[in-house]
Design a protein around this ligand. Structure first.
Ligand code: ZN
Ligand code: ZN
Length: 379
């Protein structure tokens, strides 16, 4: 069946020869990015209670926000028209134009909040748009300028699944944060004997707290990660993350929802108990998001020396290697020293894994992967 969405996908995944500069592909692609971001921001302006994150309210209300929305929609129009003029296939141009038109019809940069019954929940659409645009701007050009695998493109196999993982994890980031911070009052009550020690921890400079949180969380993360590899039931969840056959900045988002919750919860609870300030913990979560994109990114550079001190893309790519020498190696996310201490370090100078993935048949698609750990156990 060849519907309109099929022709859009065919266009996005078009062979490199059909995407060269001047073919209208880039105009269409960036027009689409601007149109979708603009539409997302208009929707947030209209339904701030449903779709906006409270943390980003001051950003939405700053005087620069509406002009930016306006510029996005205008830019989307202009690029869509350029693409329609240059390109024989019109799917990209028309889709960008349709979304830009939709954004304008919904009120554009003048959109005002609709009266809706607040559900007291928010999906963080603005956080997704911000996250997507910032992370994309950081890593997509980097992967073009200095790729490890030169033939691999942004729209490689299974990019749609991974983009959906990115969407889910960004949109639910508030829920995840809430779920992990909710037990903090209980924990603090139960351990009030440590109040003095906690005050000392919280009294340290913020930067120092963030570094300490990184070191301690990585230590906890190391053993949780190892447990996810060691115990078959846990492995079912983690196999989803390892099922990616191509590594790039988007591939790191592929993580089972329950694994994200467990990992964030189990690392955050001890940090709260120790007294680190919530701001330091939030900054740490932000660092993890960006750093994890970098670790999975398709970027070259051996960094043999640096890789012994701080995790580099090649260090984590070995964790995803399909070959026998890569199995159960490099569990640390920030500090390879942990792997050297506990005997799981593997970083042969100048070499990269030949292939990525797992030797078992993990299904593709978000839903099938969500159910995979439970089905796998029965099978
Ligand atoms: Zn792993
Ligand atoms: Zn990974």
């Amino acid at each position: 069946m060849a519907g309109p969405s099929d022709s859009l996908l065919r266009e996005l995944e078009a062979p490199v020869a059909l995407r060269r500069f001047g073919s209208g592909w880039y105009a269409g692609f960036f027009g689409l990015v601007l149109a979708l971001s603009g539409l997302g921001m208009v929707l947030v302006l209209r339904y701030p209670d449903w779709l906006g994150s409270p943390e980003l309210e001051s950003l939405r209300e700053s005087p620069a926000f509406r002009p930016v929305v306006h510029a996005f929609i205008l830019g989307a129009y202009a690029l869509a028209i350029v693409s329609l003029l240059l390109r024989r296939r019109k799917a990209l141009g028309f889709t960008a134009l349709a979304f830009a038109l939709g954004a304008a019809l919904l009120g554009g940069s003048n959109a005002t909040a609709r009266e809706v019954e607040s559900w007291g929940i928010f999906f963080g659409l603005d956080f997704f748009v911000l996250n997507m645009v910032l992370t994309g701007l950081m890593f997509a050009p980097l992967e073009r300028v200095a790729p490890h695998r030169e033939e691999q493109r942004l729209f490689r196999v299974e990019w749609r699944e991974d983009l959906f993982y990115f969407l889910v994890s960004s949109m639910l980031v508030q829920a995840i944060t809430f779920l992990t911070f909710a037990p903090s009052t209980f924990i603090l009550d139960q351990t009030s004997g440590f109040a003095l020690a906690r005050a000392a921890v919280a009294g340290q400079p913020l930067a120092l707290q963030v570094i300490e949180v990184m070191v301690l969380s990585d230590l906890a993360q190391y053993w949780i990660h190892r447990a996810f590899h060691r115990f078959p039931f846990l492995w079912g969840f983690h196999a989803v993350h390892h099922s990616a056959k191509s590594m790039d900045w988007l591939a790191g988002s592929r993580m089972h929802f329950i694994e994200i919750g467990l990992l964030r919860g189990l690392t955050a609870v001890p940090m709260i108990t120790l007294g680190f300030s919530p701001v330091a913990l939030q900054i740490y979560v932000g660092i993890v998001y960006v750093y994890s994109s970098l670790l999975h990114a398709n970027v070259r550079g051996n960094f043999d020396r640096l890789g012994t001190i701080i995790a580099t893309p090649r260090f984590h790519h070995w964790h995803h290697g399909l070959e026998a020498e890569a199995v159960d190696k490099n569990f640390a996310i920030h500090f390879p020293l942990l792997d050297r201490l506990f005997g799981t370090y593997h970083l042969p100078p100048g070499r990269w894994p030949e292939a990525y993935g797992v030797p078992e048949a993990v299904p593709s698609g978000y839903l099938a992967q969500f159910l995979y750990p439970f089905r796998r156990r029965r099978a």
